[in-house]
Design a protein around this ligand. Structure first.
Ligand code: HPA
Ligand code: ZN
Length: 352
């Protein structure tokens, strides 16, 4: 449900704004509807009798952090069991990129979780083939540019992280970045030092999640900066609590991919006040939808009008978030400059 009233002018401005998404789990775009379609196609029984029951179950209550993330991830991993074949990975990607086209999202970096699939017996080849085909169709049909980020699940044993990196070697050219996601509690970045060293030596761009309000969040952000040596942080909002983190993030030009998503139990976008503070501190912050199939906020174009209103962000500020995203994107200079120019042109024409 949306409880933030949005005026038509804001809606129109945001609809036309060129957009980029840097923090999106492709598996997290699985809507209940697509989950049901794929479950039927693959003959996979669902614990919930119907879509409505699943949606009701997703409105679970839990203390914000860290418990909510743990419960959320359990639901996320249960849902993605319907992804079995290359066609499934193709279809989820095409469905998302069709949505990007509708919402004027010009560029998206798709994170994916290989361990969540290979541990269920799905071959990495099927995952990669489906994602590649989905991206090809997305570009040919909708003109959307994409890149892939291989995410390690931090709550799985460390040797399986290295195995996932090695298994991705044949697909190295298709994957731009390397990230870290899943349950942060008791899984600090330092656990992944060797895997990150290897990913860096293989030329991957590096990011890692520092989820919001996690118990060791400031220590974990520090480890991401100094041990994993990332160039982006996913979320990273709690950095504003520690001036030395703010200084280092700013000095190193690190982009923070914030997610003002809201859940079925929320009434409005979350984190907008802290995102404003990030801007005021001169941090490069972007707005992202994270898991639009599971959050009530949905996809980026659907989420942003309410974020503009709830955060009291002006048109210019909304434009600057998108410029930050294009500038922080892992694409070549020419494409990046073209996206930024297109966004600036839109802002100039909108006279903001
Ligand atoms: N946080 C951490 N890991 C995740 C998430 C998230 O929101 N979504 C999918 N994997
Ligand atoms: Zn995420």
């Amino acid at each position: 449900m949306d409880f933030t009233p949005v005026d038509p002018r804001t809606r129109e401005f945001v609809a036309g704004l060129p957009k980029a998404e840097l923090h999106l789990h492709i598996e997290g775009t699985l809507t209940p509807e697509l989950r049901w379609t794929l479950a039927a196609r693959n003959g996979i029984a669902q614990r919930h009798p119907d879509i409505q029951s699943l949606k009701a179950a997703m409105a679970f209550e839990a203390p914000d952090a860290p418990s909510y993330l743990t419960k959320f991830l359990a639901a996320y991993y249960e849902g993605i069991e319907v992804l079995r074949t290359a066609e499934d990975f193709r279809d989820i990607t095409v469905a998302y990129l069709a949505r990007c086209k509708e919402e004027n999202v010009l560029y998206a970096e798709l994170s994916f979780d290989p361990q969540a699939h290979t541990t269920r017996g799905v071959a990495i080849d099927a995952v990669m083939e489906g994602l590649a085909e989905g991206r090809r169709i997305g570009r040919a049909t909708h003109g959307i540019e994409t890149n892939l980020i291989l995410c390690i699940n931090r709550d799985r044993p460390i040797d399986t992280a290295m195995d996932a990196l090695v298994a991705a070697r044949p697909f190295r050219d298709e994957i731009v970045g390397f990230g870290l996601d899943s349950d942060e509690l008791n899984n600090p970045p330092i656990k992944f030092r060797e895997v990150y060293d290897r990913a860096r030596s293989e030329g991957y761009r590096l990011t890692a999640h520092c989820d919001v309000d996690q118990p060791a969040t400031r220590e974990n952000i520090r480890q991401c900066l100094d041990i994993l040596r990332v160039e982006r942080i996913d979320h990273g909002i709690n950095a504003i609590e520690e001036p030395s983190l703010v200084d280092d993030i700013r000095a190193r030009g690190i982009t923070l991919t914030a997610c003002p998503t809201w859940r079925p139990i929320d009434r409005a976008p979350r984190r907008v006040d802290r995102i404003r503070v990030m801007r005021e501190l001169g941090l490069k912050v972007t707005l992202n939808s994270d898991d639009p199939g599971l959050f009530s906020s949905g996809t980026l174009g659907r989420m942003l009008p309410a974020v503009a209103v709830a955060g009291d962000f002006s048109d210019r500020e909304m434009g600057e978030f998108m410029i930050n995203a294009f500038e922080g994107a892992w694409i070549d200079r020419e494409l990046r400059d073209a996206f930024v120019a297109r966004t600036r042109d839109y802002l100039a024409r909108a006279a903001v």
